[in-house]
Design a binder for this molecule. Structure first.
Ligand SMILES: C[S@@+](CC[C@H](N)C(=O)[O-])C[C@H]1O[C@@H](n2cnc3c(N)ncnc32)[C@H](O)[C@@H]1O
Length: 219
């Protein structure tokens, strides 16, 4: 694992000075490693200034969210879903879905996130796993024609609902995995798969967020 973690170490410590990034195997996945926050990170209440910094710049990329993990587990079990396809992972965070798609045999993989730190983390995590992922910050920068788009745990922010139409305009097939929404408010989507997964390292989420629904739209 030759990747240099220092750049994301610095980014994490800018908001959480006590935390560290470490490369770790992700539970439930075969041969997939990510640089994530240390599993024994302190869950004690944060000082007000630290809390303000975290809210201003949340390091989502330092966790593998339940929906991303459930998606990666599904792609390891059923690689034919992506084999040979040009795919994009929107809201890539650590890059978990992009990396799982690449390892499952996708022909070309794009990873998109509005957070520059997430793109840096995804680049480092792709290197950790020996795969190639192309990065962009906005959906508008993606190729106009993709085979598939995957979006894991991005709709926690309901203001992201318009993203659905934007990705439908670019891809014949859209997969949305989410543990927080039960309805994507688009009649073209149907639930095609469900799984249980928790965010890693454990954030102590409520049990209701264990259940990940996979919504799919094929045009
Ligand atoms: C909860 S994290 C999920 C990360 C990853 N998909 C996973 O499952 O581990 C949500 C990610 O979506 C990104 N995000 C939020 N809104 C976005 C948008 N409009 N376009 C692209 N990325 C977005 C955030 O920056 C964050 O990295």
């Amino acid at each position: 694992m030759p990747a240099n973690l220092d750049p994301i170490q610095d980014r994490l410590r800018a908001t959480l000075p006590e935390a560290r990034v470490q490369a770790t195997a992700v539970p439930g996945l075969r041969d997939l490693h990510l640089a994530l926050i240390n599993a024994d990170f302190s869950t004690a209440p944060l000082a007000p200034e630290t809390m303000r910094a975290v809210i201003a710049n949340p390091a989502y990329w330092a966790f593998c969210w339940g929906s991303g993990l459930a998606t990666a587990i599904w792609l390891q079990a059923e690689p034919q879903l992506v084999t040979g396809k040009v795919v994009a992972d929107i809201g890539c965070g650590s890059g978990i879905v992009a990396i799982a798609a690449s390892l499952a045999g996708a022909r070309e993989v794009f990873a998109c996130d509005i957070d520059e730190d997430a793109l840096l983390a995804t680049q480092i995590n792709a290197e950790l796993n020996g795969c190639e992922v192309k990065l962009c910050q906005h959906v508008s920068e993606l190729p106009e024609h993709l085979d598939q788009v995957w979006m894991a745990d991005v709709l926690y922010d309901r203001s992201n609902l318009p993203l659905i139409q934007k990705v439908k305009d670019r891809a014949q097939s859209v997969f949305i995995s989410d543990s927080r929404v039960s309805d994507v408010e688009d009649p073209e989507f149907e639930i095609i798969h469900q799984a249980e997964a928790l965010t890693f390292p454990n954030l102590g989420e409520f049990d209701e967020f264990r259940q990940v629904r996979f919504f799919h739209c094929q045009r």
